[in-house]
Design a protein around this ligand. Sequence first.
Ligand SMILES: *[C@@H]1O[C@H](CO)[C@@H](O)[C@H](O)[C@H]1NC(C)=O
Ligand SMILES: *[C@@H]1O[C@H](CO)[C@@H](O)[C@H](O)[C@H]1NC(C)=O
Ligand SMILES: *[C@@H]1O[C@H](CO)[C@@H](O)[C@H](O)[C@H]1NC(C)=O
Ligand SMILES: *[C@@H]1O[C@H](CO)[C@@H](O)[C@H](O)[C@H]1NC(C)=O
Ligand SMILES: *[C@@H]1O[C@H](CO)[C@@H](O)[C@H](O)[C@H]1NC(C)=O
Length: 421
Amino acid sequence: MIFTSAFAATLLALLVLSASITANESGCVSSYDESRDYFPDKVQVKYGAGFDITYKGNAKYIRNSISGENYVLYQCGTPAPANVKATPADSLQVGNWTKIAAVPGTKIVLDSAPASAIIEMLGVQDAVGASYKFFKVTSPCMQKKLDSLPKVQQNFGTSKARKRNNALVRRVSYDISDSDLQWTFTTYGMNDPHSFAVNPENASDMLGKAEWIKFVAAFFNKEAEANKIFDEIETRYKSIQKKASTETRKTVGFARYNKVANGTIISWTIEQPQPWVVQGLADANMKAHNSNTAAFSNVDDFYKATEQWDVLIDLSIEPLSHGGTTIPLWQNLLQGYGFSNQAKDGLPKFLSLKSIYRSDLISSYQNATDYNEHLQIQADQLLEDFGKIASTNSGTTDTVWYRNMPLQVPVNWRSPSNCQS
Ligand SMILES: *[C@@H]1O[C@H](CO)[C@@H](O)[C@H](O)[C@H]1NC(C)=O
Ligand SMILES: *[C@@H]1O[C@H](CO)[C@@H](O)[C@H](O)[C@H]1NC(C)=O
Ligand SMILES: *[C@@H]1O[C@H](CO)[C@@H](O)[C@H](O)[C@H]1NC(C)=O
Ligand SMILES: *[C@@H]1O[C@H](CO)[C@@H](O)[C@H](O)[C@H]1NC(C)=O
Ligand SMILES: *[C@@H]1O[C@H](CO)[C@@H](O)[C@H](O)[C@H]1NC(C)=O
């Protein structure tokens, strides 16, 4: 009898406890216990991602060193941490804003392509409630979803704000204050209290890019899922790295032709690769041509500067006569780099090796490319692309993101009709 009532009391206590921590449909809890760790599943940054995260009680403290902002996320249904003061919405402070939000996200705005990719990987698409009106993605199912959702505008700085500072202060904000939308995922730090920057393109190494999965997951309390996805990417990355090409180390350069709207090519530019590209190429046993940006007004000088390159990554944009730009095709490159005017023995090495690539193999008709979306996150897959480029002397067509130009690989255009579900 005594045993039974003790048992019943324990059971009751357990029921009470679980009731107090059970989240409602919006993921909010109904009571607050100061001594409780609300986030038993945590993420930790191991590589050069560009952000840090720490946990304490009912809050997560994030420093985004790329955007220079502080984000404090607290469990919905519990009080916001008393020691944190959010930067007021009308502040003219430039950078280092502190922004607070209750998580998990259930109705958010998208204006970040990598955040879109991560949201799909975590399976939290239902939490997307709107998108910025000019935001475009390649993912067919996300395109379909966004087509059916409201569009959000941006507000720009007021003249009053400009006058006070006697200078133009960037005061862009997303117009969501009159809605039940929670926040916007963006590309850079905005002077507004409800936008959060997602910056894998500024990570300093390849696996640091993938760690932005952890960052986005923290906004949805999906840390456990993020750790699982990241661990798989990391394991696969290291195994691909181990099998890197043993061929002679290839040199990879980045360049563009500069064409004006009337069709004239005015110059050629060698671009400096980002640190993560340099690191990723090295992990695939290739060497990035890493000099300062240099411009050439004479194509022969450009050929001379690039004569050691085994691979050219083309970054050109093709201007349209009526305005706007589009993706260059092989004919555009032939003209843009003057390959067809060149004597055979004067042709650059990367052309004879059929090794000219662009990272826009997966694109949408709205000029979105997957370079900004999944490529920024799936470091293992990206290293695999680099590995394939490294291990051939006749150009590969078997890549996910890199489009072989001399072999005229067609763009893989994605539209909502490609969504399988
Ligand atoms: C969930 O709980 C929060 C906080 O208590 C409350 O504001 C919200 O309306 C609730 N949502 C639902 C769907 O019950
Ligand atoms: C940025 O803000 C944080 C928190 O408000 C503060 O502790 C820190 O000193 C600030 N850093 C800079 C560089 O202003
Ligand atoms: C982040 O990367 C983008 C794209 O390369 C670049 O335009 C931007 O200036 C970078 N931002 C910072 C803070 O480094
Ligand atoms: C095209 O534009 C360039 C630069 O703006 C100019 O120098 C050139 O003369 C123009 N060419 C023609 C054919 O209009
Ligand atoms: C996108 O590409 C199409 C052609 O493919 C072009 O007509 C349009 O102007 C481009 N849009 C922008 C914003 O560059």
